[in-house]
Design a protein around this ligand. Structure first.
Ligand code: NLE
Ligand code: FE2
Length: 325
């Protein structure tokens, strides 16, 4: 295991944890953490459903063998899965105008016009990637469940988004406690088509490379509150920018209502806020705009103590360490 053998030392002799230096090394970044397993967790809507559990396992097994450069596996989704997808899609549609940010609506419209996203059928990742590559260079890569924060964030540094391929349980289509394909495609994909969200995600990823455990925790929290559960204000109204809201009908309404608390997005504050990961959030952070969130994030990045810098080279899809002067 590469991770245990190569550790970099900075000039001051401090150890920097291993991190991928080339996009292909993301093959080493697929460590899953177990949380909400339908096999063991009664809070999972698929708990005790043997057919569902076997299907999820089949898709995860397919994803676990994926290596950088492989063709993305084609998945034959079942009639029931397409029906779940359609039910979520159509219900969410009724909230788009009133509850989602302009960027989401614009990008979803383009995805629909090109036939990449439709209520009728679950798209193939390979087709989604063709679209995303053209828009922002983001690329989905199949993974087999919830990843460790360090591995997940490292992939963002390369504009790679590790994506689950199984679907939420049909008995609970409008909320899932864990990421699933509906969340990835209806929540994240339209937002990764936005250059500002793409850049924010990559910036968080680049900050995570070689970071300490404590820094990883903070970055994962910022990611959680802006990319997953972020809001912004448009014409005085709260609108969702976060993928976890954009793919969950009930929480989308809750987040934009005056029931939960709302605080201004400020990475320094956001990074140390505790969060809820099995139910609706009691608190959301609100950005003035996507651009403002990116500016604040970059200020935060430059204030993060680190003895080295990193440069990402998109032409070679690699990262170089540079000494800080
Ligand atoms: N709760 C979200 C949904 O139902 O789509 C998924 C959140 C994943 C972090
Ligand atoms: Fe997500």
């Amino acid at each position: 295991d590469l991770k245990n053998i190569s550790i970099y030392k900075s000039d001051k002799g401090e150890e920097i944890p291993w991190f991928p230096r080339h996009i292909s090394e993301l093959d080493q970044c697929s460590k899953c953490v177990t949380k909400y397993e339908p096999t063991t967790d009664p809070r999972h809507p698929g708990h005790g459903d043997a057919t569902y559990i076997a299907r999820r396992q089949f898709l995860n097994d397919q994803a676990v063998n994926f290596r950088h450069g492989d063709p993305i596996p084609y998945v034959e989704y079942t009639k029931e899965e397409h029906a779940t997808w359609k039910a979520v899609y159509e219900k969410l549609k009724t909230l788009h105008e009133s509850h989602t940010c302009l960027s989401y609506r614009k990008n979803l419209k383009m995805l629909e016009e090109e036939g990449v996203l439709t209520a009728e059928k679950i798209p193939q990742i390979v087709d989604v990637n063709k679209y995303l590559m053209r828009k922002t260079g983001f690329m989905l890569r199949p993974c087999s469940g919830l990843l460790s924060a360090r591995d997940f964030l490292a992939s963002l540094a390369y504009r790679v988004f590790q994506t689950t391929t199984y679907l939420r349980h049909h008995g609970s289509p409008h909320h899932s406690p864990e990421p699933d394909l509906v969340h990835e495609l209806l929540g994240h994909v339209p937002m990764f088509s936005d250059p500002l969200i793409a850049q924010m995600s990559q910036d968080i990823g680049l900050m995570s490379l070689g970071a300490t455990d404590d820094q990883i925790e903070k970055l994962a929290t910022v990611y959680w509150f802006i990319i997953e559960f972020g809001l912004c204000r448009e014409d005085g109204k709260l609108k969702a920018i976060g993928a976890g809201l954009l793919s969950a009908y009930g929480e989308l309404m809750h987040a934009c209502s005056d029931v939960p608390d709302h605080k201004e997005f400020d990475p320094r504050v956001t990074a140390v806020q505790t969060y809820e990961d099995s139910d609706y959030q009691p608190l959301y952070f609100v950005a003035h705009s996507l651009q403002d969130a990116l500016i604040k994030l970059r200020e935060y990045a430059s204030s993060m103590p680190r003895s080295y810098g990193v440069i990402y080279d998109p032409l070679t899809q690699s990262v170089r360490l540079i000494k800080k002067v």
